[in-house]
Design a protein around this ligand. Sequence first.
Ligand SMILES: [Ca+2]
Length: 329
Amino acid sequence: MGKLNSTAPCRPSAPPVSQGVRRLAGLLLLSAVMALGGCAVLGRGDTPSAVAEILGPEAIVMSRDGRVFITGRSGVYELRDPEGAPRLEQLPVRANVPAGCQFTGAESWERWLFVVCTVGDGSYLLRAQIGSNVPVLGGAAALPDIAIASGLTADDRGTLYVADSRQGGAAITRVTGATSSAFELETEVWLQDTRGGFPNGLQYASGRLYLTSAGRLSAIDLDERGRPGEIRTITTRLTFLDDFRVLPGGGFLLTDYSFNRLIVLSAEGIEMGTLAHGLQGPTDVLLLPAAEPGVPSVLIAERDRERISRVDPPESLQRFLMAPASNAR
Ligand SMILES: [Ca+2]
């Protein structure tokens, strides 16, 4: 399927240590790899192959018409032809956003792409209309409640939710007005962090918000007024979990940042297996629908390897990625 094939393997990733140390180790490794003239591609199966190089990739999102957008440390990109001859195109920014704003969360809702970025103590929301050949990011709006914007998701009505990774800050802020023509936002603290643990990945699915914070994955019900209801812990682990996908059958495809792998959890939080290992700082995942009915492949953002990778799921886990009909529950 892909045109990128194996030549020689990269070195194995460093053992999991603290997040900051890992970041540094990742940078050193990148310098070493660049000195060697680039890292060879790893091939298929449950070790990833390279799709595109990007500085500090954080989020991968697919629009409703199947276009793939990626946030990186210093820009937002469209990944064209991910399974053929992948290439990145940077989205121009025509907005009043401070220099050095680092892009993190991304979400697509109807014809919009939304991204958040943080510089200093300020966070901003930008949007682009998808449809034109190269979407242009504009309309930067400050997000006053948010120190370190992280995960971003939209509910069925286009209300946005932003996770704030600042320790002790609000866990989740709700943003309305992002789809209005004036782009006048109303923000409110939606959920105060009561568990004290680095809110990061955030995804809305079927009337619930799912959140990772440090090693915890939680489900938060929305009541009929859209307020947070019951908060349920799905799993707690001694690691840092980053972004994830809610799978068609109700399970989760989850980046285990500290242990450099991608895991599949059942809806109940039971680990069903490792979908990819040997990653370097995985921060997000996306299911790429199969061209013909079949098994989707998976795109992975590897922040510490500064690249987007693709992996074909091992047979033992394929049923979890497919429609519920083939996924006995
Ligand atoms: Ca993240």
